[in-house]
Design a protein around this ligand. Structure first.
Ligand code: GLN
Length: 212
């Protein structure tokens, strides 16, 4: 049966276009019919089978989205009720329950407080602001994945429901908690869409469960 799914890209700030193309390309490669729509607020959230929260600057994304507190509650409840989401870099930070900056400490930023992890922002320090590394991520296959890190965070603590998908030199850089996938790096810049395809798989099951 041919299904059509709709995936939103939160387009408040950051790496929006690259994620739109990554999801489109993934749908093409998987031969899945679907739409990718940038969303700036929660007015279209009920149409979605999945969401990407892109990289950028997590403090800006949080501040702008939480100008209206009701937006936060709508988004939180949707994700709590199973909406699949992929958060990359700032997106990971924004989904997390606890975050602090390596240099500045607690920046009291707005977080969705859904992903049960503690995140250290800008964890790789100034000399390593941007770098690439070949990562082993068994959950997406045997081939190494090109991790593109841009002022990326690391996860320093995980709760019981959090599955670690990838470590870089002992540091946790990708996790899954049920319907939430999150990476410290930018999978939309890897020319390898296995993380976006993993999101699409979750979206197909979610779409199926909605129609039951
Ligand atoms: N350093 C940014 C933050 O803390 C994240 C950077 C990124 O998304 N590339 O929000």
């Amino acid at each position: 049966m041919n299904k059509s799914i709709t995936i939103g890209i939160l387009s408040i700030q950051g790496d929006v276009e690259e994620n739109v193309s990554a999801v489109q390309q993934s749908m093409d490669e998987l031969n899945i019919e679907g739409n990718v729509i940038p969303i700036k607020d929660m007015s279209k959230i009920d149409m979605l089978d999945g969401l990407v929260i892109p990289g950028g600057e997590s403090t800006v994304i949080g501040t702008l989205l939480f100008l209206d507190e009701s937006q936060k509650e709508i988004l939180r409840n949707k994700i709590l009720n199973g909406l699949p989401v992929l958060g990359t870099c700032a997106g990971l930070i924004f989904l997390s329950k606890r975050a602090y900056d390596k240099r500045l400490g607690d920046t009291k930023q707005h977080l969705l407080e859904l992903l049960d992890v503690t995140v250290e922002r800008n964890a790789f320090g100034r000399q390593y602001e941007s770098f690439e590394n070949q990562l082993s991520v068994p959950a997406i296959g045997d081939d190494l994945f090109k991790g593109v890190f841009i002022r990326g965070p690391v996860i320093t603590e995980t709760g019981n429901d959090v599955e670690v998908l990838c470590r870089l030199e002992e540091k946790i850089v990708a996790v899954q908690q049920k319907n939430i996938l999150a990476t410290s790096f930018h999978p939309e810049l890897a020319d390898d869409y296995r993380f976006h395809k993993k999101l699409i798989e979750l979206c197909l099951s979610y779409n199926e469960s909605k129609s039951m």
